[in-house]
Design a protein around this ligand. Structure first.
Ligand SMILES: Cc1cc2nc3c(=O)[nH]c(=O)nc-3n(C[C@H](O)[C@H](O)[C@H](O)COP(=O)(O)OP(=O)(O)OC[C@H]3O[C@@H](n4cnc5c(N)ncnc54)[C@H](O)[C@@H]3O)c2cc1C
Length: 413
């Protein structure tokens, strides 16, 4: 006989656990199927303050506070001798002024443990292989396979696909859509950085504009390690030879601001690479399913927006799932797809502005008006749904206009 549940969540990343917690709190029975054994590695180690609201509403914040992760109060952008420091406490939107940066294995495992305490079942090392939405029934039937190869079927009234890079429903139902961003590559590692001092400011992410279209992240953790990653086009990486470790240290060697700090430090693992992460999806919902988190659209890591979009999309979707299960008819286009796209498209303007260079003209100018900087700071804190902020509402034009004013003295229209 098939297992019968109210809601099946695919994936136990932050998107899946937030959705599971919120739907479980509303009284429904929820099961997560997760392909990996936890704790497992995933990239995405620096959060934005807006995601704290989602974690709080899902009842997951207190367990995370006990972990003593590195607190993050801002983001510092560096280009040669130029520095642009954003402090979340200066942001225009009233909201959270801090968040965390941490190894995701520990963060995601804490969330998974917590939702299990709330009564959510998690089947680890179990992957979804097929889903059937039957016309003659209101339920869906999902086929899952565990690590021993044993197959079973789960009947669910609703499915939340939070499978991240697994993209389960888009792949099974041909909903994948190429992103409008060019493919990029990263090489990253965790470096022993335990003699860092306050000058290195562990309480913020540093982003170094290294070369045209190449940038570096530095994300200090409270465990004494710092995550360092190079992001760029393939050509940049082709310039380095040898093992990943040799290539990584050659990159450090040619980065003056990192060389002294990291040149002879121990790597916690052989540097890893990822390529071509930007992907989009035709539609984020269907009759008995919703896509949340990375499955919807993932842009680029430059502004650490991934986990925030993952958690806020789940926060929004799970309330709609609960209303639908309680018999309401939901306008998913208006109540879900539109707000998620509002957030994604706002970040898209900033991502494109960064790579095109005009956002960097704004960041590294000494003429940027402090009020504008605080409004931009709100976007970088993840408050991309606050349309009282002109840098959210007019995201597609305002940055280009401001860059022109800074460069050529033209008026903002
Ligand atoms: C280079 C790089 C750097 C990044 N840096 C940041 C950053 O600093 N800050 C930030 O916020 N974001 C960052 N991101 C983005 C971040 O990785 C994602 O946005 C985030 O992990 C999305 O969370 P999620 O819950 O949607 O998916 P995930 O965290 O990927 O979780 C999905 C889960 O689903 C499981 N799964 C997949 N397929 C199946 C299946 N068939 N059956 C069952 N389970 C399945 C997976 O095992 C996984 O555990 C970065 C991304 C890249 C590429």
């Amino acid at each position: 006989m098939n297992d019968k549940i109210d809601v099946l969540v695919i994936g136990a990343g932050p998107s899946g656990t937030i959705a599971a917690a919120m739907i479980r709190k509303a009284g429904f029975n929820v099961c997560i199927v997760e392909k990996e054994k936890f704790p497992r590695f995933v990239i995405g180690e620096s959060l934005l303050p807006r995601c704290m609201e989602a974690l709080e509403e899902a009842g997951l914040l207190e367990a995370l506070k006990k972990k003593k992760f590195q607190e993050k109060f801002g983001a510092k952008f560096i280009k040669g001798d130029l520095v642009c420091d954003f402090n979340f406490s200066d942001q225009h939107t009233k909201g959270w002024k801090w968040t965390w940066q941490m190894p995701r294995a520990d963060f995601d495992n804490t969330l998974a443990e917590e939702v299990q305490k709330m009564g959510v079942t998690i089947n680890f090392e179990t992957a979804v292989t097929a889903i059937e939405f039957r016309n003659d029934s209101s339920d869906s039937i999902t086929t899952v396979v565990d690590k021993s190869g044993k197959e079973r079927k789960i009947e669910a009234r609703f499915i939340v696909d939070a499978s991240g890079y697994g993209r389960v429903i888009p792949r099974l139902f041909n909903l994948d859509k190429p992103s409008n961003l060019p493919p990029r590559k990263t090489m990253f590692a965790h470096i022993a950085d335990d003699d860092r001092n306050q000058y290195e400011e562990p309480n913020r992410i540093i982003i170094i504009s290294h070369k045209p279209e190449v940038w570096i992240w530095g994300i200090p953790f409270s465990n004494g390690n710092t995550s360092v990653g190079y992001v760029g086009n393939k050509n940049f990486f082709e310039g380095f030879k040898g093992s990943n470790t040799e290539q990584f240290f050659s990159m450090i060697d040619e980065t003056p601001s990192l060389k002294k700090r990291f040149a002879n430090k121990e790597l916690r693992f052989e540097p890893r690479t990822i390529e071509g992460w930007s992907m989009s999806t035709e539609k984020f919902y269907g009759n008995r399913f919703v896509l949340t988190g990375n499955v919807t659209e993932f842009l680029d890591p430059i502004f650490s927006s991934g986990v925030t979009l993952a958690t806020v999309s789940s926060q929004t979707a799970s309330k709609l799932v609960v209303r639908q299960l309680n018999g309401e008819v939901i306008d998913w286009e208006k109540e879900y797809m539109a707000p998620v796209m509002q957030g994604v498209n706002t970040f898209r303007s900033y991502v494109m502005g960064w790579y095109d260079g005009f956002l960097q003209d704004i960041f590294f100018s000494d003429q940027t008006n402090p009020a504008f900087k605080n409004q931009i700071c709100s976007v970088l804190a993840g408050y991309v749904w606050d349309t009282s902020n002109p840098f959210v509402k007019k995201h597609d034009t305002i940055l280009k206009n401001l860059a022109k004013v800074i460069k050529f003295g033209e008026e903002i229209s």
